[in-house]
Design a binder for this molecule. Structure first.
Ligand SMILES: [Ca+2]
Length: 250
């Protein structure tokens, strides 16, 4: 009887899986170009790669971690507002905010090697298990074939069972999707199969530490150095970029 009650309660309530909260500490801070409206960030082979936004100022760049300076950079056409970038093979793939146009650059020299079209807005990008994952400001993440841009599937990001919108910059860490939530100091870990948020980290305090001010200067940009297991975060127009370590997840 007790078992029956328990089963019935579980079926009715179907409680969402708990979301764990993780603390963090700053491991190191580095200079970051305070003119960069950071939209995309990833790490590859010893360097950061950053994509920035704003019409006429959007660029994709290979950045020296120690100095924060661009080693190589390519400007986007002035009518494009740059958004997320990620690596796919020997290419960097990048989307734009409302242009419906994406770019492909050679990761070697950042020369543009192609363009593509997609529906809706472009916010964040990352690669998960061979699929390009695109956020667009909603609670949906689209999984696309990076060669053809055909949609393969989509998931709804949920926090405690409820859809959560404003999913922004993305990063894949050990097969899980991490994301900035626009206009917040939160980053979250998303299960790519279900869309459920499994963890979140409140990074309140970093913006002030960075000396960033202004309404646009929000936390944005997550990069993962898989080889050295370093997690980097920064924000739009922030003078600093941080390596952080997560702690006390519960
Ligand atoms: Ca990223």
């Amino acid at each position: 009887m007790i078992l029956l009650y328990a089963l019935a309660a579980a079926a009715v309530a179907d409680p969402p899986a708990p979301v764990e909260r993780c603390g963090y500490r700053i491991v190191e801070s580095y200079p970051h170009d305070a003119t960069s409206f950071t939209q995309g960030l990833f790490w590859d082979e010893g360097h950061l790669y950053e994509g920035t936004g704003q019409y006429g100022q959007s660029r994709v760049a290979r950045i020296d971690l120690k100095t924060g300076k661009a080693l190589v950079q390519t400007k986007l056409p002035s009518d494009q507002f740059g958004e997320g970038i990620t690596r796919w093979g020997d290419q960097i793939i990048g989307v734009t905010w409302q242009n419906g146009v994406g770019n492909r650059w050679s990761i070697k020299d950042l020369k543009r090697v192609g363009t593509f079209r997609y529906d809706g807005e472009g916010w964040g990008l990352t690669m998960v298990g061979g699929s390009l994952v695109l956020s667009d400001g909603s609670s949906q993440l689209r999984f696309l074939d990076p060669a053809t841009m055909k949609e393969q599937k989509r998931i709804t990001v949920r926090f405690g069972g409820r859809p959560l919108a404003m999913i922004n910059e993305l990063e894949t860490i050990d097969g899980q999707i991490w994301a900035n939530i626009w206009m917040t100091d939160l980053i979250v870990r998303i299960d790519p199969a279900s869309g459920d948020i499994k963890s979140y980290v409140d990074l309140t305090g970093l913006k002030a530490d960075a000396g960033a001010n202004g309404g646009d200067s929000v936390l944005n940009g997550i990069a993962w150095d898989a080889r050295k297991k370093r997690l980097f975060v920064t924000g739009k127009y922030w003078p600093k970029l941080y390596e952080i370590a997560l702690a006390d997840c519960r």
